[in-house]
Design a protein around this ligand. Structure first.
Ligand code: PGA
Length: 247
């Protein structure tokens, strides 16, 4: 069984203006012969401009979220088809900032995953426990429950990844220990194999939460870590490239 090709995705969140395309350009120019697939997920309003500037190159472009429905009266929302039309090929779904701030449930995330697949977007589905859940010894139960509930059976045979992002590690500078990361990633792997059989062994399981150039090598080389989802450190090309080069 060949290991999945690693994926390193930058999540710009609600950061970036037109001038930030220079950072993306610098990332694309600096990729060299990295063994990873590398993506930047900018705010949706920048996707088209980024795709016009860099589309067709080695840097993949992704969205950060989309609506579950195809089209209609959903003021302020964007659809999966719109992201694909603008030039995205991937999308982050179920990020904890969406689960916590917009009350997204596993069922809702699963319906968004189906919409992504319908329009050819490769989903990066995020899961992760809160600090209280970890302290209560429930991290594995919460995370594997989110994997079961957020990944619809339609993913069978499709390309997708799962991102383990402990909520307490996002944007805090805190990270789990390597054995803690490995424990959760192994549990996610077992769940993926339960759900998708042999194909579940080839799904990259990304780690996210305060990944930086200084800790990337240890995290990226941990057992069952198939890449990273990077927030703050993806905003500057030098930092993001430092993480990519740590692979
Ligand atoms: P962070 O964010 O790298 O800034 O901790 C990660 C994420 O939310 O994807």
């Amino acid at each position: 069984m060949t290991a999945p090709q690693p994926l390193i995705a930058g999540n710009w969140k609600m950061n970036g203006l037109g001038a930030s395309l220079e950072e993306a350009r610098a990332v694309a120019a600096g990729l060299g012969d990295t063994p990873a697939r590398v993506a930047i997920c900018p705010p949706s309003i920048l996707i088209h401009r980024m795709a016009s500037a860099l589309g067709g190159g080695p840097l993949l472009i992704g969205g950060q979220d989309h609506h579950w429905d195809d089209a209609g009266a959903f003021t302020g929302d964007v659809s999966a088809e719109m992201l694909a039309d603008a030039g995205a090929s991937l999308v982050i779904l179920g990020h904890s900032e969406r689960r916590a701030g917009y009350r997204e449930t596993d069922e809702l995330v699963a319906s968004k995953v189906k919409a992504a697949l319908k329009y050819g977007l490769e989903p990066i589905v995020c899961v992760g426990e809160t600090l209280d859940e970890r302290k209560a010894g429930k991290a594995l139960e919460i995370v594997t429950g989110q994997v079961r509930g957020s990944l619809p059976s339609e993913l069978a045979g499709k390309t997708f990844s799962v991102a383990y992002e402990p909520v307490w590690a996002i944007g805090t500078g805190l990270t789990p220990t390597t054995p803690e990361i490995e424990e959760v990633h192994r549990a996610i792997r077992a769940t993926l194999v339960e759900m998708f059989g042999e194909a579940g062994k080839r799904v990259p399981i990304l780690y996210g939460g305060s990944v930086k150039p200084g800790n990337a090598a240890e995290i990226l080389h941990a057992d069952e870590v198939g890449g990273a989802l990077v927030g703050g450190a993806s905003l500057k090309a030098a930092d993001f490239l430092g993480i990519i080069r740590a692979l």
